[in-house]
Design a protein around this ligand. Sequence first.
Ligand code: FAD
Length: 370
Amino acid sequence: MEYDVVVVGAGPAGSMAAWAAAREGCDVLILERRAEIGVPKQCAEGISARALREAEVPADGPWIAQEIRRGVLALPTPDGIETFEVGGIRGFVLERKLFDRWLAIRAVEEGAELRLLVEARGVIREEGRVVGVETTSGSVRAEVVIAADGIESRVGRSAGLVPPLEPEDLCTCAQYEVVGSVEIEDAFTIFFDPDRIPGGYAWVFPKGSDRANVGVGCRGKSARELLNELLRGPLSEFVSGGPVELNVGGVPVCGPLERTYDDGILVVGDAARQVNPATGGGLNAALICGRIAGEVAAEAASEEDPSAERLKEYQERWERELGDTFEAGLELAEIVSEVSAEDVVEFLKDVEDLEGLLRSSGLLEKHWWG
Ligand SMILES: Cc1cc2nc3c(=O)[nH]c(=O)nc-3n(C[C@H](O)[C@H](O)[C@H](O)COP(=O)(O)OP(=O)(O)OC[C@H]3O[C@@H](n4cnc5c(N)ncnc54)[C@H](O)[C@@H]3O)c2cc1C
């Protein structure tokens, strides 16, 4: 084979997988269809301190825009906006353009080869097994293909592992990076109003006192129109200023694929829908599952056994690490879809120690992020 492992997509999942495989001594190729890694960003850039630690990413690099210590939940009431605070949060708002680029550089420094402006069109199969990918600049053969090609996952679809997304599987998002004035500098602020924002929420993730990602994810509405409306209304209590960037994108909130491996192929990150269905966060899972995918692919390639039976270990390992987080996320999303802002305000008013409650339920440390 030309390569031990070919990774399609240089997002967080792909670069993490490539780094992990190269670290095991494999010949790794990364294919990225864009000219520049991490651009455009399609992310509010929130990440937990734990996720950075597990990905062995220093928490003091230039990719850190803001340290986060609190969460603020804001809800509409007849008398205005009511807020509830959760302390004990350890997280960051990233500069994804720098973060994604650094993850790719780390993989290249470990020995992986990166080709930009190469788009994978689909897998090559021989005797039922995936043996490489067809790309816009020819074919590439490898013992194991890792499809880390994001929500569309052309490669995962061509391998028959990724079904088309149905509208109910998806939350559509619009976000501005705003320059102006940010009210709360060290908190993730979440605005929850199911009457106005069906199936989602709005957020303000600060990047210092004068910059923030302000966005909304929802179902069945135009996210961009809704965001403009919210910025003129309730979100103006938390942030003001003008946009310097618009990002739009979809988040798969249906829970992970049932099967993320086959003969010669693994699927990882958004491609595998490894996104927390309650928060829409996918960075944590992309990094953890990316590392596992890279390690298992490297071991299988060195044993010259890229069979589905061998690669199944990837699924077993990510399910052990994150299976209960995805399940808790699905349950929480189900509960949240049935409550009103008024119900939440009533409930939270009676809670004396919100942080303690979230901590004891495991939500804060284990499931809140990702
Ligand atoms: C508006 C918005 C806000 C979000 N906010 C957060 C947040 O605050 N925190 C959080 O944890 N998550 C957030 N997410 C989710 C998070 O951005 C994703 O889960 C994460 O980027 C997934 O990483 P990935 O590597 O799987 O995919 P991606 O980051 O999508 O990377 C996929 C890569 O593959 C490349 N590619 C695609 N197809 C091909 C092909 N055929 N050939 C070659 N290359 C290809 C793409 O160009 C891209 O570089 C947000 C998502 C959206 C849309």
